[in-house]
Design a binder for this molecule. Structure first.
Ligand code: IPE
Ligand code: IPE
Ligand code: MG
Length: 234
């Protein structure tokens, strides 16, 4: 089977999962975080090499303060409780997104886990936190302008390969497959550059209901897709 090398996931629908059970939204976030470990495990088992998940967008700051504080406390607990497993399983952990608004304590934890798992290569697990695709592209533009004063390149040197190197996921091949749960069919400012040629898989299941079986199903659907990249079949 043709297994995707890199899978991106928009983990959506925690709130509606909770509402359907008459639970508060934070119960959905708690379940959602739990599911993430199962999916990473399933990815490793399936032979996927990179998983990039959307955990918090630059737009998610528009939510009530109480929800934000629950979300970040779950994320912090997630990092704490996952550290040992990441080390044991040879998983490299990397966070992408802004680090100046999410709080010093969580940033310190993220950086510690990034450092300790830096040389792992069994699977790369990227978590997008305070991430926005437009922010990422603007960051690349700023990086290029900054480098322009000290590095010797011309405007005509800035091709797609050159530009990509300045993006958050510049060191990795682009996602082969994007999964979004909860029935929404949009990117919501996730990896807008990187998803240019990804296959999209949408499911109406809420993220806390998306288990390893469902994940395997998404991989199977992907494996049956034909990717042409603008070419024609001969
Ligand atoms: C996804 O679930 C998690 C985050 C965006 C942080 P939601 O919280 O968006 O759940 P719904 O979409 O409101 O059901
Ligand atoms: C996208 O979900 C962001 C994450 C899953 C972290 P949202 O729930 O924020 O997206 P919209 O608002 O429905 O587009
Ligand atoms: Mg949502």
């Amino acid at each position: 089977m043709n297994v995707p090398y890199h899978i991106a996931i928009i983990m959506d629908g925690n709130g509606r999962w909770a509402r359907a059970r008459n639970l508060p939204r934070n119960a959905g976030h708690r379940e959602g975080i739990k599911r993430l470990k199962e999916i990473i495990k399933a990815a490793q088992k399936a032979g996927v090499k990179i998983v990039t998940v959307f955990a918090f967008s630059t737009e998610n700051w528009n939510r009530p303060k109480k929800e934000l504080s629950f979300l970040f406390s779950y994320l912090e607990k997630f990092i704490d409780s996952y550290k040992r497993e990441l080390i044991e399983k040879g998983i490299r952990f990397k966070a992408i997104g802004r680090r100046d608004r999410i709080g010093e304590k969580i940033v310190r934890k993220i950086e510690a886990v990034e450092k300790i798992t830096r040389d792992n290569n069994k699977l790369i697990f990227n978590i997008a936190l305070d991430y926005g695709g437009r922010w990422d592209i603007l960051g690349a533009v700023r990086g290029i302008i900054k480098d322009y004063s000290c590095k010797h390149f011309k405007a005509s040197d800035i091709d797609e390969k050159f530009f990509k190197n300045y993006l958050s996921l510049g060191e990795f091949p682009e996602p082969d497959l994007l999964i979004r749960t909860s029935g929404e069919s949009r990117i919501s400012n996730f990896l807008i550059w990187d998803l240019a040629y990804s296959e999209f898989y949408f499911t109406s299941l809420f993220w806390p209901d998306f288990d390893s079986k469902q994940f395997q199903k998404a991989i199977k659907v992907y494996s049956e897709r034909e990717r042409r990249f603008g070419r024609i079949d001969e």
